[in-house]
Design a protein around this ligand. Sequence first.
Ligand code: ADP
Ligand code: TYD
Length: 201
Amino acid sequence: MSARFITFEGIDGSGKSTQSRRFADLLRDQGTDLIFTREPGGSAGAEEIRNLVLTGETDRWSAETEILLFTAARRDHLEKTIQPALDAGTTVVCDRFADSTRVYQGATRGDLRSKVDALHELMIGREPDLTFIIDMDPAVALERGLARKSGEDRFEDFGLGFQETLRHGFLSLAKAFPDRCVLIDGNRTIDQIASEIAAYT
Ligand code: ADP
Ligand code: TYD
């Protein structure tokens, strides 16, 4: 089977990291050659940008500036990590990708979606083959996320209303891209969710 580009999306604390790692481990156990990566980050340059966008005050960057920073990080990640792996026949499992920009920057602080789409088309031009969107109650997810106290909480610090807007954004995205998106109910145990996702190996 040819290499696949698989992404996990959802609001902060929805369980993406947990489930994407579990799925990558499962694929590896089955003999799939793969790399696990994440955004923002996944290459040396993109990890530097990660630090800029995830720390500091909520008003540190406007949504417009964030679109540029996340897209710059993604371009570096794509050039240095994702595309070389896919070209070598290696599957890529990635925690967040362009759908996060569509929702976090495109639909939370004004309608900036057409700007996100234009920049994506110009500078990225690649969609995943398969995307799991983990949907869950934003209040529970926010509690989980903030409990981690990672120091990278700039987006969690926008509060519950912001997370609710994000949830609706991800639900619309799942409807808009039905060919590649699978909506997963995240309000269950880690094992229950993982066994549903395991059907997609
Ligand atoms: P995300 O990457 O979406 O922010 P994580 O996978 O890091 O989410 O999960 C956030 C926190 O919630 C972690 O402490 C994780 O162990 C816990 N968690 C993840 N999935 C579940 C679940 N289904 N039920 C309960 N706790 C969970
Ligand atoms: P992540 O480390 O996945 O955080 P979490 O585990 O809390 O989900 O992502 C960091 C934050 O960056 C997250 O709040 C979402 C945000 N983000 C954007 O706003 N736009 C983007 O394009 C990406 C990739 C992430």
